[in-house]
Design a protein around this ligand. Structure first.
Ligand code: AGP
Length: 608
């Protein structure tokens, strides 16, 4: 969850590390810190709050160096204090370390040190790792790191400086991601490839249980067993401009507005001649596909909502036994999952700890696994092997928007493709859906052009403190996504219910201070949703609807409405979600929230 950046080379390390941390701040922003090595002297600066605070603090002191490591924290163990900010140092000042992850046995190890009279300066699980490595270090840093790793339980990505080594630093990965880059006498490391893009797009994604030594000569890679490994770099086709806000006030708004193009990219080459063609990417043979009996969609948060849309399509078109589940539940359930199961793991980052653990479990049980992710070389991509790529480009805003759109597109293609192999999707319907999918980017852009109207509606609701979202069928996951967006960036309470469930409890909440946001495009169950709207209105709840353009009936029952172009019923989520993203964005902006960095959240949840 935390952000890590490291550098060695001929330039001033502080500038590069700070710039990297700014780019990674979406991963954590409770506190920040940096260590700079000048010869054998290591200077440390840390503070509570954002990287901007760290930068200002650094400008007032004279820390320098051509080697440096930095950290932006999302607190797990220990409160948000300067003492708990990274880097951490052992009592003798020999090892300086930053960490992303959780060390599960830190109490036990801490006790051992405490009995020897050692005092800890922080409440973190990280400090014990610095102590441990230092206690094991004689003259071989690799050996000390390996011995320490053998004693540590949990998940960790470390970047380590040794005070007596001026020309190298070390990276360790067991769990949370670390990406390395080397070019022209410089070597970098970061939690996320986006921080490396200004310098190189030739990168190495560290595997689990690897240690890397980074110097001006490049990268040397080792396994936890000490064996040397080949450090093979990969070219990523993202560039630094994709990670800048441009003229937008927030990444979230930029990313919402990119959604038409995201769809064009995700669909490109996969819809050809009016039919779906995934044959080059679908890793299983037609025969395999015909033998699948079950399909599982497993994911977290927004990715789980996209999965729920796909689950409803799979119910309709694949004839398979469909299960959609949060990865955090799936990994601990006794799920029936075997060689007749296609298990689809959906994650924009490909680094979510629960999704990764669920994928490992399904693989062990013999399921045929597929990752649907934006980062092909992510941990999930590598764990699962078979990947359907979103092609959404890097997403920086903590609230996922354009990757949700990419997921809807990739999962719709995938589900319909399987339906086609299984003979449930007839050619005529396939043609209709394909033709309409090709029209979606323009329809998305048509909705985006009315962003200002959404702002005016949001202004009218700025004083209310709770919202209820409802939808039926394929619109229910859209309602869930709308509620999630609103709560995560505006901190306004929002919950979503299947419209038909209202009478079973939630309706008790309704009064004139509890608006109901109803996702009600014209589809086969439209009239049922309309009844739920009327029942809510009868309880005096203000009604905000997301409906199909030209729907005059719904206007009569709505206080405010967002209207989206008509489309095939199966594709309505592509359009109905956009006003909800914009509503959340504008309400959060009116309330003055930190939109791209909402409190308590981090972009990638790499710990359980
Ligand atoms: C989305 O707005 C959230 N920030 C969050 O729910 C996110 O979707 C979830 O953590 C899953 O992330 P992933 O897609 O990278 O696995």
């Amino acid at each position: 969850m935390c952000g890590i950046m490291g550098y060695i080379g001929s330039r001033d390390a502080a500038g590069i590390v700070i710039k990297g941390l700014e780019c990674l701040e979406y991963r954590g922003y409770d506190s920040a810190g940096i260590a700079l090595a000048e010869g054998h002297k290591i200077g440390i600066s840390k503070c509570v709050g954002s990287v901007a605070n760290l930068k200002a603090q650094l400008e007032k002191c004279s820390l320098n160096g051509k080697m440096g490591i930095g950290h932006t924290r999302w607190a797990t163990h220990g409160g948000v204090t300067r003492e708990n900010a990274h880097p951490h140092v052992d009592p003798d000042g020999r090892v300086v370390l930053i960490h992303n992850g959780i060390i599960e046995n830190f109490h036990e190890l801490g006790e051992e040190f405490a009995q020897k009279g050692v005092r800890f300066a922080s409440e973190t699980d990280t400090e014990v790792a610095a102590f441990l490595i230092s206690s094991l270090y004689r003259d071989d840093p690799l050996l000390a790191i390996r011995e320490a790793c053998a004693r540590l339980r949990g998940a960790f990505a470390f970047v380590i400086l040794f005070a007596d080594i001026a020309d190298r630093y070390y990276c360790v990965r067991k769990g949370p991601s670390l990406v390395l880059g080397a070019a022209g006498g410089e070597a970098f490391c970061a939690s996320d490839v986006t921080a490396l893009l200004p310098y190189t797009n030739n990168v190495l994604f560290m595997e689990d249980e690897e240690i890397a030594e980074l110097s001006a000569e490049g990268i040397s890679l080792y396994g936890f067993d000490g064996a040397r490994k080949e450090a093979r770099l990969h070219l990523v086709d993202w560039d630094a401009s994709m990670t800048s806000k441009g003229m937008y006030p927030h990444f979230m708004l930029k990313e919402i507005e990119e959604q038409g193009n995201v769809l064009r990219r995700t669909l490109a080459g996969r819809l050809e001649g009016g039919v779906i063609n995934l044959s080059a990417e679908f890793p299983f043979s037609d025969e395999d596909a015909r033998l699948f009996r079950r399909i599982h969609f497993v994911a977290c948060g927004t990715s789980c909502h996209a999965s729920a849309v796909a689950g409803r399509l799979a119910d309709r078109y694949t004839g398979l036994d469909v299960r959609v589940e949060a990865a955090s539940e799936y990994r601990y359930g006794n799920v029936v999952c075997d060689e007749g199961t296609l298990a689809v793991f959906v994650s924009q980052s490909g680094e979510t700890a629960d999704t990764l653990a669920a994928a490992r479990l399904a693989r062990i049980k013999g399921a045929r696994c597929l990752a649907v992710t934006n980062v092909v070389s992510s941990s999930l991509g590598r764990e699962v092997g078979a990947v359907l790529e979103l092609r959404a480009g890097p997403e920086i805003g903590v609230a996922a928007t354009k990757t949700f759109m990419g997921q809807l597109a990739a999962l719709t293609l995938l589900t319909l493709w399987i339906g086609k192999q299984k003979g449930f999707l007839v050619p005529q319907k396939e043609k209709r859906l394909c033709a309409e999918m090709a029209r979606l980017p323009l329809k998305v852009e048509d909705i985006l052009a009315q962003g200002e109207d959404v702002r005016k509606i949001a202004e009218r609701y700025q004083d209310l403190s709770a919202f209820l979202f409802i939808g039926r069928g394929i619109s229910y996951p859209v309602a869930m996504e709308g509620a999630l967006k609103l709560k995560e960036i505006s901190y306004v309470h929002a919950e979503a219910h299947a419209a038909g469930e209202m009478k079973h409890g939630p309706i008790a909440l309704l009064d004139k201070r509890m608006p109901v946001v109803a996702v009600a495009p014209r589809d086969g169950i439209y009239e049922k949703t309309l009844s739920s709207i009327q029942e809510s209105r009868a309880r005096k709840a203000p009604i905000i609807t997301v409906a199909s353009r030209g729907d005059k009936d719904i206007r009569r029952f709505s206080d405010d409405g967002f209207f989206v172009p008509e489309t095939e019923e199966e594709l309505t989520p592509f359009l109905t979600v956009i006003p909800l993203q914009l509503f959340a964005y504008h309400l959060a902006s009116i309330l003055g929230r930190e939109i791209d960095r909402p409190r308590n959240l981090a972009k990638s949840v790499t710990v359980e």
